[in-house]
Structure formats: C-alpha cells, structure tokens
Design a protein around this ligand. Structure first.
Ligand code: NAD
Ligand code: 6OD
Length: 487
C-alpha cells in the first residue's frame, strides 16, 4: 500500500494521524485500498477551533476580491490535478471514469468558480424611506459570514456534493469543517492538498474522517462552536442532526432523500424519453438522489415503453471504471448492495413482474467480491407497496400505466418525498401545468440532471430544508444585516 493511501484528517493546514483507523474499500473488488485515520472528539474539537481561529485571522480580514481570487486558484488546481481526482473518486466509488470525467470532477472545480463569481457580483438591497422630519433614511443590507460551518457529506457524488457546499461557504467568508462519508473520504483529502498548494490559510478548510451517529459526525454537529450545519444524506439522518442543531438554535441546510417520479406522456419523443428515463434510473448505479424509481407511462405507450427500457437496462455492461465499454459500475459498499438486493427479493415476494435484472451479474473471479448488481425493472405492484413508497437508492424502477394528467399528478404526489421529477411531453402547455402541480423542488422537462448552477436546488416535503445554488446559497451561508441610516 502506498503512502498516498493513508488518508489522514486535515486540521489547520496539516495532515494529522490518529490512533484509530478504518478501512476504505474498492467497490470493484471488495478489497481494502486505503486506511483512514478516524477523528475522535478531541480531533474534531481541534478542527473546529482551527476554523474559528481562521475566521478571526487572515481569512476574516481578506477582501471579497482576494477571497474569490483564491477560490479560482482552487478550481484551476483541481483541473490541473484532474486525473488524480478522477482516479481517487473512482477508486472510492467504483463509478465509471466516463461519468466522473464529465460530471463529478469538472463540477468539483466549477463549484468554486461559480460562487467566487457570484460573491463578486451580488447586489445588496437598499430602501430609501420617508421620515416625519422629511430628511428620510436609508436602509441597506450587509451580508456577513455565518461563521464555522459543519459540512456533512454522502458517498454518491463525493467531490461534487462536498464542493457544492464548501464553494459557497468559503466564497461567503466562512470557514468549514468537512466530514466526508466514511465510504468515500479520498477526494476530500486531495482537496486539503490543493488548499495548501494555492495558499488558502490554515484552518479555513478542515477535514475530519469517521462515522456518523455517536462518532465523528455527531461530535461535529453537537460542537457548540459550530454556527450552522449543511448536510446531504438520508432523511432519517437529517432528523438526528436536526436534534443536535436545535441546541444553540443553529441553522440547517438539508438535501435529503427522494422517491422521484418520471412521467412519460403519449406525445413524448419516444426515443428521447427512453434514453432519459434509463439515464435517470441507472446512472451512477442508481445512486443519485435525483434518480427515478417510479415511472408512470401513458397507457397507449406502456407496453412498448417497458420493452424499450428493458432493452436499455440489459445493454448496460457491468465493468471497471477505466474501461470505456463500462455501462454500469458496482454499488458503493457491500452494505448498500445488500440493502438494495433485499428490495429485489421483496419485490419478487410481493408478486412483482420482474421485467429485467433482479440479481447479481456474473463477474470474472478477480471482481467476484465486488458490489455488483443488475439494473432492474418491475411492473405490477400496487402503489402502497414498499417498493414504491421507500427510497431504494439502487439501479431500479417500477413502471405503471396511467390514463390522464390528473391521475398521474396525483400518483406522482403520493409520496412523503418531494425532490424532483422528470416529465416527457412535447406539449409546452402541458409541461407548464404539470410542473406547477407536482410538489417537488425541481422539475425537468424533456431532460434530466441538466444543471445551471445559478438556479435553486433542493427538495420539498421530506426531501430537504432550504435551497442551494446561485444566490440561494448565500441565504444560508451569510447572515443578512439591515443597517438603517437616518439622513
Ligand atoms: P447518510 O445519511 O447515511 O450519511 C450521510 C453522512 O451523514 C455521512 O457522512 C454519515 O457518516 C453522516 N452521518 C450519519 N449519521 C449521522 C449523525 N447522526 N450525525 C452526523 N452525521 C451523521 O446518507 P448516505 O447513505 O451517505 O447517502 C445516501 C442518501 O443521501 C440517500 O438517502 C440520498 O437520497 C441522499 N442524498 C440526497 C441528495 C440531495 O441533494 N437531496 C444528494 C445526495 C444524496
Ligand atoms: O448537481 C447538484 O448540484 C446536486 N446537488 C446534485 C445532487 C445529486 C444527488 O445525488
């Protein structure tokens, strides 16, 4: 094992060892590829204090122009070290290079540029008011950083989702303590190196590795010097974090689970809808919060569409990240794979018609212990089935026919979640009507995961609290002060 594969905590600009370590697995083989140094409560405390000190030090005194200049350098350096980030991300997650090359790593860099740009250009509000003496007063808003932000991340898009928080947090002048997922700590470590290389002051970006409840994640979220918590992960974890956030009335930004519906109307471009739904169901081996696990297809199209989607599912070749022919990688962990396989077994037991997949693909001996799983489609289950109610977070979906617009809107909305939907129709008026009525934070029409980073991102109902993206991120990462100046 090389030196590089010892992943340490990054505290106050230094890589710090700890006595307790845990394994980081390669999902393609199930073998350990790195040892991760776990942050105990004392290490978390040091990281939070370093972040606090940096706020009071050079970072806190830096102008917006200087800060954003540094963040542009962070982005440039990620791009210069693109291949290292790519290899690290794919080693941790098992995802195809073709995916990470176009999404994860470029977005990891873009997340710094976009917010460095926004912070330089965002206007401030100003209201002139009348006063009884006729002189008037000026009210104007001033945005100040919130302080030390705890950033708790999931494993599915590790660099992308972490920098989606770290980028705006730093642009706004905060400092951060990041807890990457225990499954995927590699790129957070590399980012520590980048921060040092471009001269971000020590303590501005810190990383503490470890687990969640009663461990590193919880030590961080209940630390009294944390000013706000941003979290992406499961809804149930969000509930636990919120309890800790309540102590000291700390603000939270939550991107949580989903059970997203895909809706295909009879007037859709058939091939485009087939490709779009296949991508939204199977991309990243189904481990995308925005993924489609419930597909509703207008009845006249239903049988043909099910068949077309099954053809696409069966064509996805499981394989290694670096292989250009790979259509689908493994799942991130054995635990996650077993959870999804549990749903595959339940679906069968509940009487689902298994249209494709449903098991584990045969792999060559060297990869037989990897966390492989077949892309899977079902029909025939009732809407109250756990397969349709619960977030599975795997490469699978259930398809059901519908007859009219009102029916499908009711079906799509019949879930506690409300993250996103993807609607396929060539009728512009229908697209507007449906988008207004489906209770989610994001609706894609004739596309999926098409991202403009200036737009709002987040979920309704149990899928989240608050919005990230563009100026919406500033709402969370700054405190807005009003100054009233009597003239
Ligand atoms: P998870 O909730 O299990 O873990 C996320 C992070 O929280 C990890 O770093 C974990 O160690 C930490 N954690 C767990 N318990 C904690 C606690 N009590 N206190 C503090 N930290 C704790 O989620 P996951 O399995 O890593 O990711 C998959 C989930 O994330 C899915 O539900 C998916 O929908 C959701 N997700 C949502 C979005 C979104 O934008 N809405 C994006 C990606 C993933
Ligand atoms: O693209 C993004 O900004 C984003 N937050 C994507 C989330 C994907 C969830 O798995």
């Amino acid at each position: 094992m090389s030196k590089q594969t010892k992943l340490k905590n990054f505290i106050n600009g230094e890589f710090v060892s700890s006595a307790s370590q845990f394994d980081d697995f390669d999902p393609t083989t199930g073998r350990v590829h790195a040892r991760v140094h776990e942050a105990d409560e004392a290490a978390v405390d040091r990281a939070v204090r370093a972040a606090r000190a940096a706020m009071q030090g050079p970072w806190g005194r830096m102008s917006i122009a200087e800060r954003s200049e540094l963040l542009f350098k962070v982005a440039d350096r990620i791009n210069e070290r693109f291949d290292e980030f790519l290899a690290a991300e794919c080693l941790d997650t098992g995802k195809p290079w073709s995916l990470a090359r176009h999404i994860d790593i470029p977005r990891g860099a873009a997340n710094f540029k976009v917010f460095a740009d926004i912070i330089r250009n965002v206007p401030t509000e100003c209201f002139r008011m009348e006063t009884p003496d006729g002189a008037g007063a000026l009210n104007y808003g001033v945005r100040v950083p919130k302080g030390v932000i705890a950033v708790i991340c999931p494993w599915n898009l590790p660099l992308l989702l972490m920098t989606w928080k770290v980028g705006p947090a730093l642009a706004c002048g905060n400092t951060v303590v990041v807890k990457p997922s225990e499954e995927t700590p590699y790129t957070a470590t590399l980012l520590g190196e980048v921060m040092n290389e471009v001269g971000v002051p020590p303590g501005v970006y810190n990383v503490v590795n470890g687990f969640g409840g009663d461990s590193t994640g919880e030590f961080l979220t209940r630390h009294p010097m944390i000013d706000a918590i941003t979290f992406t992960g499961e809804t149930i974890t969000g509930t636990a974090i919120m309890k800790n956030a309540a102590v000291g009335v700390r603000d939270v930004s939550f991107e949580l689970g989903g059970k997203n519906a895909g809706v295909v109307f009879a007037d859709a471009d058939f091939e485009a809808a087939g490709d779009g739904i296949a991508r939204s169901t199977f991309a990243n081996c189904g481990q995308v919060c925005l993924g489609t696990e419930r597909v509703y297809v207008q009845r006249s199209l239903f049988d043909r569409f099910v068949e077309a989607l099954a053809v696409r599912a069966k064509a996805l070749k499981p394989g290694l990240p670096a292989d250009a022919a790979t259509g689908i990688g493994p799942m991130v962990s054995r635990q996650q794979r077993d959870k999804v396989l549990g749903y595959y077994q339940r679906a069968k037991a509940l009487g689902a018609n298994v249209v494709s997949g449903g098991g584990v693909p045969a792999m060559p001996d060297e990869y037989a212990n990897g966390y492989w799983i077949e892309p899977t489609l079902w029909t025939g289950l009732p809407e109250d089935s756990p397969i349709i109610r619960e977030e599975i977070f795997g490469p699978c979906a259930h398809l059901r026919p519908f007859d009219d617009e009102d029916e499908v809107i009711a079906l799509a909305n019949d879930t506690p979640y409300g993250l996103c939907t993807t609607v396929w129709t060539q009728g512009a008026a229908r697209a507007h009507r449906v988008a207004e009525k489906i209770d989610v934070g994001i609706t894609w029409v004739n596309c999926w995961f098409l991202r403009d980073l200036r737009t709002s991102f987040g979920g309704a109902k149990h899928s989240g609290i608050g919005r990230e993206g563009g100026v919406h991120s500033l709402e969370f990462y700054t405190e807005l002060r009003n100054v009233c100046l009597k003239l």
